[in-house]
Design a protein around this ligand. Structure first.
Ligand code: HEC
Length: 212
């Protein structure tokens, strides 16, 4: 078995070095921009970078929402049974029983577009066109009193929507212990003493290793 393995490994190495000039391992090819495009659909929350061109309206969104979303999320976003609710909850985040919805909790409106286009409807993700997504998001923002009933929505207007909980997230971890500067070299001055009997018996503590 060992012999077989080493023969196989040697053959691999020879194969690799022969084509190493072209590409490591001589397999695969460079990915093109066109191949990346369908995967590169993320949208940045704070400024909406990555939002596609297109436009929708609250009115069109209501129709689409009723057809494709209401069965789970309720006709007005109130949530059907145990499916998540998509409206309300504002002012409850500091209560014992906070209601976290896109309206009460999510800090950035473009994230709603990103999420809906990427994942919903639950059984057919990424089936909505960009215009349809703008319309549905407009309707969802309307349900949360963030857009009037006659509003239309495009990339610029969506990035300009100020979500109620925008300032509710703290950037950075405020705990003092995470700010300690890690020591990477000569950290322990003086002799190292191994305290645990188990560690002594195992002999794996670094200063027990033979010097090389
Ligand atoms: C078959 C049921 C179903 C349908 C239909 C459906 N959803 Fe959902 N939706 C879910 C489930 C389940 C989740 C929670 C997923 C999770 O947390 O991983 C969810 C989560 C969401 C959320 C995030 C809620 C939050 O606060 O985290 C949004 C926004 C949303 N859906 C929008 C939509 C829209 C818009 C449509 C229609 C285009 C739609 N959904 C259709 C089941 C559904």
């Amino acid at each position: 078995m060992f012999k077989f393995c080493s023969v196989a490994a040697a053959a691999l190495l020879v194969g690799w070095s022969a084509t190493a000039q072209q590409a490591p391992f001589g397999i695969g090819h460079k990915i093109t921009d066109a191949q990346i495009a369908p995967w590169n659909i993320d949208i940045r929350g704070d400024d909406g970078a990555g939002l596609p061109p297109g436009r929708g309206t609250v009115a069109a969104g209501e129709k689409l929402y009723v057809q494709q979303c209401a069965s789970c999320h309720g006709e007005f976003g109130e949530g059907n049974g145990r499916w998540p609710e998509l409206m309300g909850g504002r002012g409850t985040l500091t209560h014992d029983d906070p209601r976290k919805t896109i309206g009460s909790y999510w800090p950035w409106a473009p994230t709603v577009f990103d999420y809906v286009r990427r994942t919903m409807p639950f059984a057919a993700p990424q089936s909505l066109s960009d215009d349809e997504t703008y319309s549905i998001v407009a309707y969802l923002l309307h349900l949360n009193d963030l857009l009037p009933a006659d509003a239309s929505l495009d990339a610029k207007a969506l990035a300009a929507v100020r979500m109620p909980n925008r300032d509710g997230f703290i950037v950075g971890d405020p705990r003092p212990d995470v700010r300690a500067v890690p020591c990477m070299k000569d950290c322990k001055k003086g002799e190292i003493e191994i305290l645990s009997d188990l560690a002594k018996s195992l002999g794996v503590t670094p200063n027990q290793r033979p010097k090389d």
